[in-house]
Design a binder for this molecule. Structure first.
Ligand code: FES
Ligand SMILES: [Fe+2]
Length: 388
């Protein structure tokens, strides 16, 4: 009988101190083990700042968005006092989701199950047919808050309560600025993202672990000439740059127009394409004033949803055709990645594969990703390891 390795053994089978020249990837079981997946949700996803909505969805009092983050139901709502607040979207009565639409506007938050109501600040207000209940402290039965913050065009929440990547001696991830880091914030600020308008959201399903998608994104353009011929025709592959920050990686490529494949060339213009990956699962892609973001949502050990949001400087009717063409090119690039991600997931399960080496020229971003993951998982495992 083959003994399955323990969670600790799987985590320790990666060596985070190796330099890029020496390093291997995280091994196959990191992408296939159920316990490791569970630990990732509780540590990597729960302790990082996760995209919960856009500022433009939450301008008016009563506007709200719901989401599912690290397995937790979340609602973020703008109060009558103008303050943005996040809550666990679980009714204090019998746990039903209080708000059930993806977004909307409401005067109060009413649970659809037995009609309990909460104010926009989360206080419990109405409890139908509840007289005679003893020792019930209404004030202690408001919706439970979740850490919420705004950065650029987005609202983020952090569902965990531990400090994050202490194993790396990094500044705590407790507050949003500390997590993203001054380096990232100062790079993004001058890009003028507030001038862009959200147009559309698309959902893609991938038959792979969420980290396969992130690795694929972070390979420094390595796969572009082979898998994405259209995209390749507008990128200057040899001058592609890869720079790691503390918790982000910026990949950047000059854009060329000579020899561009026509459909791609028409919508991928400007001097440079900027591809920001922000640990662990958020990406900002910019080309000449056009932006899309990717949120990589782990659904199960081998199922991933990637949510794309497309933003343009002009979303009026006159720009409609151009914007649509740009989204279609993005769609085609995703379609090209779907089958390779599935193929990689199969290979990671193979007895013939354990880990692979990294290209020094191309794959520094993956190296950073894997080291940050290792630090978070080690930290997350410590209390469990002590108690067992
Ligand atoms: S679960 Fe919300 S009112 Fe009963
Ligand atoms: Fe790709």
């Amino acid at each position: 009988m083959i003994m399955k390795p323990s969670l600790l053994e799987i985590i320790d089978s990666y060596s985070p101190s190796d330099s890029l020249e020496e390093a291997s990837t995280i091994p196959g079981p990191w992408y296939t083990d159920q316990n490791l997946f569970n630990l990732e949700l509780q540590t990597v996803i729960a302790n990082s700042w996760q995209l919960a909505g856009r500022v433009d969805q939450l301008r008016e009092p009563g506007q709200y968005v719901t989401s599912d983050i690290a397995g937790e139901p979340i609602v973020v709502v703008r109060g009558t006092d103008g303050v943005l607040r996040g809550f666990f979207n679980a009714c204090r009565h019998h746990a039903a989701a209080v708000m059930t639409e993806p977004e909307g506007q409401a005067a109060q938050l009413r649970c659809p199950y037995h009609g309990w109501t909460y104010s926009l600040a989360g206080e419990l207000k109405g409890t139908p047919d509840f007289s005679g209940v003893c020792n019930f402290d209404r004030a202690a039965n408001g919706l439970l808050p979740v850490q919420t913050g705004v950065w650029e065009n987005w609202v983020f929440v952090r569902v965990g309560d531990s400090g994050g990547t202490s194993a790396t001696n990094e500044p705590s991830g407790n507050n949003l600025e500390g997590f993203f880091g001054a380096d990232l914030i100062s790079q993004i600020r001058p890009l003028g993202l507030e001038k862009l308008h959200w147009l559309e959201r698309r959902h893609y399903q991938f038959d792979c672990n969420w980290k396969v998608f992130v690795d694929n994104y972070l390979d420094g353009g390595y796969h572009v000439p082979y898998l994405h011929k259209g995209l390749d025709s507008v990128l200057d592959y040899s001058n592609y740059t890869i720079e790691n920050g503390r918790r982000f990686c910026l990949q950047s490529s000059p854009i060329v127009s000579d020899g561009a494949e026509p459909e791609t060339g028409a919508v991928r213009k400007g001097d440079r394409a900027l591809y920001y990956w922000i640990y662990p699962n958020f990406m900002i892609n910019l080309y000449d004033g056009v932006m899309d973001t990717n949120l990589v949502v782990p659904l199960s050990v081998d199922k991933t949803e990637v949510i794309f949001d497309f933003y343009f400087p002009d979303i009026s009717e006159s720009a409609r055709e151009r914007n649509r063409a740009s989204i279609e090119v993005g769609q085609r690039i995703q379609d090209e990645d779907v089958s390779i991600c599935k193929s990689v997931q199969r290979g990671l399960n193979s007895r013939a594969y354990n880990a692979g080496r990294l290209s020094v020229r191309r794959e520094a971003g993956e190296h950073l990703f894997h080291r940050l993951l290792h630090a978070d998982l080690k930290t997350g495992l410590e209390p469990n390891a002590r108690s067992s």
